[in-house]
Design a binder for this molecule. Structure first.
Ligand code: PEP
Ligand code: MG
Length: 664
């Protein structure tokens, strides 16, 4: 370190030792420390400089560990200030609560259970316990309790052959199981909102000679009904899997499902369902589908642990919406989960203990209690419409994926919906949803939050999350491929029913439409032309419709860089920091090895957000953030400082965000 008096100022060169550099938390604390001094304080980094009292400006400098910076102070307490600030920068731990917290803070979205930033159990707290199994932290919070192992038992035939005198009874047994299974599947499709023709199509496959006919023939020749069903089901499904059409290929799943249902009935095994949960349990599974979860009473799911899945999967988003701690991609074979009776979960750190010792429960209990108390204390913010100390009103809205989340969002006083992801409506089913059905859903959500705005995002899918009824070509790079609005523009048969549904729902008044993955102005203009065409059609048909405001997501670098050109064309922007970070940093959002690069608080991302806010405000439109960064405690003040007008997040994070904004 070298000191030099320059005119009346004091300058000191410092090599930054703060672990991982001046990212959000250390920068905030550094700025806070700087504010304790009356002198002016500048940080010089290469050719750029910033006021040390502004955390946002500091972050924008992108100061990394080992960088050399210069502290410049001018004023009465300059030596004291420089000495304290240099000491801060020389400490690797400065601004970091714990190594684990620093590693996980960016990977997790929100701690459902506290007003403070996520704090996983520190290593020291659990050192007397066996080491945890690790997975991806998918939803914050702690849980300890009884396990519910949701793993289908492998299906096996107890015997292969039957005696000739048993054949008639075996045929009758198969018929009962078959009829029963078919009726149950039809009911299940019904519950998922599928149309009758899909259930009929499946029934006709099941009743075909190739399935039921072949099973009956094998039983007639002396095969056990379970063995025959398993063999025929596997071979028919394999034939479907070879078909060169995505939609038909996925019918193999229906055959597997049908086979399973019949065999369960033949063997008298219990059909597992989360609907059967009668008390809070920690669900252990290989994977869960959104319909699996939809059937459950979420109040009875204390935590979710899956051996597959990632933090950005839809299941993770739903878990966060409901404040259910979750760890996905747990590194253990499915079979290890069988027979487990008790589990401890730290969703913030991604740790799971199977059959934890009593000592660990003693460590968890007070923290779970404290979290509950903190959650209860946040209730006072339910009806608060937060205003910062500087007098800026910030709207705190909810991100929803289905109408089932409306109640959770209203219960925490969400000021509208900043992002309604329509993908789930298209994915949890066997065929595309129709215009009427979509209009109904959008209207229902709009009415639930009126007069607050409800932003419905148009279909945002691609080859990585295909939907039935849309054939996606194979792509080497699906995240850079035919997805979101690109696919929709090319498929008016898919897009126009959604746009018409949006126009029809807009009679409610607070419906806004939003386009994902915009990269080029021409895309906006083409969608506007399609909307105008839909409006003309509805008018000619005499169908009532409204004029929803139109916004776009800023989630490609191209959109951020041309925000000034896009702003005059639309009514609002919403920054999708999940994808914007992925594309700006060229770091796959689902790849845990890139967690240190995939950071929404990286200066590159923050600069992009700042540019977008400036361009939007110059054009007189508002900017929201609806990616996970909107709910991260460290990011809220930063985003507001950059000019963001609305933050939209999982319902479980709304109260905490209202508190943080009110104290900003
Ligand atoms: C985003 O990219 O930030 C976003 C909100 O959209 P999604 O997570 O659905 O891609
Ligand atoms: Mg996105």
């Amino acid at each position: 370190m070298s000191d030099a008096k320059v005119k009346s100022m004091l300058e000191t060169a410092v090599v930054v030792r703060v672990s991982e550099g001046l990212h959000a938390r250390p920068a905030t604390q550094f700025a806070k420390l700087a504010k304790e001094f009356s002198c002016s304080l500048q940080v010089l980094h290469g050719s750029t400089s910033a006021d040390a009292k502004s955390a946002v400006k500091l972050m924008l400098l992108g100061i990394r560990e080992h960088d050399q910076i210069v502290l410049r102070a001018d004023g009465a307490d300059e030596s004291d200030a420089v000495e304290r600030m240099a000491r801060f920068l020389s400490s690797p731990e400065a601004g970091v609560q714990s190594a684990t917290a620093a590693q996980t803070a960016d990977a997790t979205a929100c701690q459902a259970d506290a007003a403070a930033p996520p704090v996983p159990l520190a290593a020291a707290d659990t050192q007397d316990s066996p080491p945890p199994l690790t997975g991806v932290p998918a939803s914050d919070g702690l849980a300890f309790g009884d396990a519910y192992v949701y793993l289908p038992e492998p299906l096996r035939a107890a015997r292969q052959w039957i005696e000739p005198h048993e054949i008639d009874a075996e045929q009758a047994r198969f018929k009962r199981a078959f009829d029963d299974a078919l009726a149950a599947l039809a009911k299940q499709f019904d519950a998922l909102g599928d149309t009758d023709d899909i259930a009929d199509a499946l029934a006709s496959v099941a009743q075909s000679d190739e399935f039921a006919g072949e099973i009956r023939a094998r039983v007639q020749s002396g095969r056990d009904a379970v063995a025959a069903t398993l063999e025929v089901g596997a071979s028919l499904a394999a034939s479907f899997e070879k078909i060169d059409d995505e939609y038909l290929r996925s019918r193999a799943d229906d055959i597997h499902g049908m086979t399973r249902q019949i065999v369960l009935r033949l063997t008298g095994q219990q059909q597992m369902s989360l609907a059967g949960l009668t008390k809070p349990c920690i669900v252990l599974a290989s994977d869960l589908t959104a319909p699996d979860l939809a059937r459950a009473n979420v109040a009875h799911i204390a935590a979710l642990v899956c051996t597959r899945g990632s933090a950005t999967s839809h299941l993770a988003i739903i878990a966060r919406s409901h404040g259910i701690p979750a760890v996905f991609g747990l590194q253990v074979a499915d079979d290890r989960l069988r027979g487990v009776r008790q589990v401890a979960v730290d969703g913030t750190a991604g740790h799971v203990w199977l059959e934890p010792p009593a000592a660990l429960q003693a460590q968890f209990a007070p923290r779970i209690g404290a979290a509950r108390a903190q959650r209860a204390a946040l209730d006072v913010y339910r009806d608060v419409e937060p205003v910062t100390r500087a007098g800026r009103r910030i709207r705190i809205a909810a991100n929803l994926g289905s109408p089932t989340e409306i109640d959770a969002a209203r219960a925490v006083g969400a000021m509208g919906v900043g992002l309604f992801r329509t993908e789930l409506l298209f994915m949890n089913r066997r065929s595309l949803p129709g215009e009427h059905e979509q209009a109904d859903v959008y209207r229902r959500v709009a009415q639930a939050f009126a007069p607050h705005p409800v932003v419905i995002r148009t279909l945002d899918v691609g080859g990585d999350k295909p939907v039935p009824g849309i054939a996606f070509p194979h792509e080497d790079n699906p995240f850079l491929g035919w997805r979101g609005v690109r696919m929709c523009i090319d498929r008016p048969d898919v897009f126009k029913p959604q746009l018409r549904a949006l126009l029809r729902a807009a009679t409610v008044g607070n419906v806004h439409a939003m386009l994902p993955m915009i990269a080029d102005l021409d895309e906006v203009r083409r969608v506007k032309a399609l909307i105008a065409e839909c409006a003309r059609e509805l008018k000619n048909e005499g169908v009532a419709f409204g004029e929803p405001k139109l916004g776009i997501m800023i989630e490609t670098p191209a959109a951020a860089l041309t925000a000034d050109l896009l702003a005059p064309e639309v009514d609002f922007f919403s920054i999708g920091t999940n994808d914007l970070t992925q594309y700006v940093m060229a770091a796959d959002r689902a790849n845990p090895h890139l967690a240190s690069l995939y950071r929404s608080n990286h200066p590159a991302v923050l600069r992009a957000i700042g540019m977008v806010c400036e361009a939007a405000h110059r054009a007189g439109i508002e900017v929201a953030v609806c990616g996970e960064a909107a709910s991260q405690p460290d990011m809220i003040a930063v985003l507001i400082g950059l000019g963001v007008d609305e933050l939209s997040m999982s319902p479980a994070c709304v109260l905490r965000a209202k508190k943080i904004v009110s104290e900003c």
